[in-house]
Design a protein around this ligand. Structure first.
Ligand SMILES: Nc1ncnc2c1ncn2[C@@H]1O[C@H](COP(=O)(O)OP(=O)(O)O)[C@@H](O)[C@H]1O
Ligand SMILES: [Mg+2]
Length: 306
C-alpha cells in the first residue's frame, strides 16, 4: 500500500496543530548539492494547514529533491528547514513521519494481492490477545478501514478484494485515506496524477480537496498546470533547481501558470520568432539549411515579413 516508507506508522489521531497559526513546514533558502551537481538552491516555501501548495516544474527541475528534503530522506546542504516554527534536522523519513509529515510516492508501496483492508494497515497491523494467543485483529482492522473510507466518501464495493482490482486513482485515494488516518498533518503527493487518465485524475483531485478540508497541508507535485489550478491555493514553479515563480491563487490565472510552466520568457522569445517567420528553413533532403545557403526569398516570404 501507499504512503510512507518504513514498517510502522505514526500513531493514529486527528491532525494536531502545534506552534500556533504559523506554517507547519517552512523552508528558508534551502539548497541541495550532490557532489558537484547543484540540484536545488535558495528555495523558500511555507506549507500551512488547510492549504494545497502545488509544486510545478519540468523533468529534472528538482521537484523530487525538494520533497525528499521535506520528507526527511535528504538533508539540505544549505538553508534552514523548520517544522512548527523550529529548525529541524531529520535523518530519516521516520523522523519526519513522527512529526506528521507523510509522503505518498508515485510507485505506491502496495501489495497487489492483499485485500484493501490489509493494505490500509500494512506495517501498522492491529493485534489482539496476549503472549502465544496474540493474533491479527482482523475484525477491528476491517471495521476501521471501512469506516475511514466511508468518511472520505470513498465507495469501494468490497474491502476484502485484492488491491489489484482497484483502479490507479482508487489506489492513490486509498493511500491518502491511510495517511490521514495515521495522523498526517502534511501530505506530500509526488505526481499522483502523472500515470492516470482524465477521469481517474479527477478522482485523485477530489480527494486532494478532501485532505485539505480535513485540515491537512497538502503538497501536490505535478507538471500539469490544469490539475494544479483545479485544487491549488499556492503555486511554486521550479526551474533548474531554483524557484522561478511563487504566487497565491489570488494573484494568477490558469493562463499565467501554463505560461510559466511552458518556459515563460523562453516561450515568449520563441513565439516572437515564429511570428516574424524566423524559423530555420528545413530542406526535406538535407535538413536545416545554414543561413548562408538559404536561397533568395520567394515572393510569399517577402510578403509575410512585411
Ligand atoms: N541522488 C542524486 N545524485 C545526484 N544527482 C541527483 C540525485 N538526485 C537528483 N539529482 C539531480 O538533481 C536534479 C533534479 O532532479 P529531481 O529532483 O529528480 O528532478 P524532478 O523531480 O523535478 O524531475 C537532476 O539534475 C538530477 O539528476
Ligand atoms: Mg521527480
Amino acid at each position: 500500500m501507499a504512503t510512507t516508507t518504513g514498517t510502522t506508522q505514526a500513531k493514529p489521531g486527528p491532525p494536531v496543530e502545534e506552534g500556533g497559526s504559523g506554517p507547519i513546514v517552512e523552508l528558508r533558502g534551502v539548497g541541495k548539492s550532490f557532489g558537484n551537481i547543484r540540484a536545488l538552491s535558495g528555495v523558500d516555501l511555507k506549507v500551512s494547514t488547510g492549504e494545497v501548495t502545488c509544486i510545478l516544474g519540468d523533468n529534472g527541475a528538482g521537484k523530487s529533491t525538494l520533497i525528499k528534503i521535506i520528507a526527511g530522506l535528504h538533508e539540505p546542504t544549505s538553508g534552514e528547514y523548520r517544522v512548527d516554527g523550529r529548525p529541524v534536522k531529520f535523518s530519516s523519513p521516520r523522523e519526519a513521519l513522527n512529526r506528521g509529515i507523510a509522503t505518498v510516492y508515485q510507485d505506491l508501496a502496495i501489495v497487489q494481492l492483499m485485500p484493501v483492508w490489509r493494505n490500509f494497515f500494512l506495517g501498522s497491523e492491529l493485534s489482539t490477545g496476549a503472549g502465544p494467543f496474540r493474533r491479527l485483529d482482523v475484525k477491528r482492522m476491517r471495521a476501521i478501514c471501512d469506516e475511514e473510507l466511508q468518511k472520505m466518501g470513498i465507495d469501494l464495493p468490497n474491502i476484502d478484494l485484492p488491491v489489484q482490482n482497484l483502479s490507479g486513482g482508487q489506489k492513490q485515494v486509498l493511500a491518502i485515506a491511510r495517511a490521514i488516518y495515521f495522523g498526517a498533518r502534511v501530505l506530500i503527493l509526488d505526481e499522483p496524477t502523472a500515470a492516470l487518465g482524465v477521469k481517474q485524475s479527477g478522482v485523485v483531485l477530489k480527494y486532494i480537496n478532501a485532505a485539505r478540508d480535513a485540515g491537512l497541508g497538502v503538497i501536490f507535485i505535478t507538471h500539469n498546470p490544469h490539475h494544479a489550478f483545479m485544487v491549488g491555493d499556492h503555486f511554486v514553479v521550479i526551474k533548474l533547481g531554483e524557484m522561478e515563480f511563487d504566487a497565491p491563487r489570488s494573484e494568477l490565472s490558469l493562463q499565467d501558470l501554463t505560461h510559466h510552466m511552458a518556459g515563460g520568457a523562453e516561450l515568449d522569445a520563441l513565439e516572437h520568432e515564429l511570428e516574424r517567420g524566423q524559423v530555420p528553413e528545413v530542406d526535406p533532403l538535407h535538413g536545416v539549411k545554414s543561413k548562408e545557403s538559404v536561397e533568395p526569398e520567394l515572393p510569399h516570404q517577402a510578403e509575410r515579413k512585411g
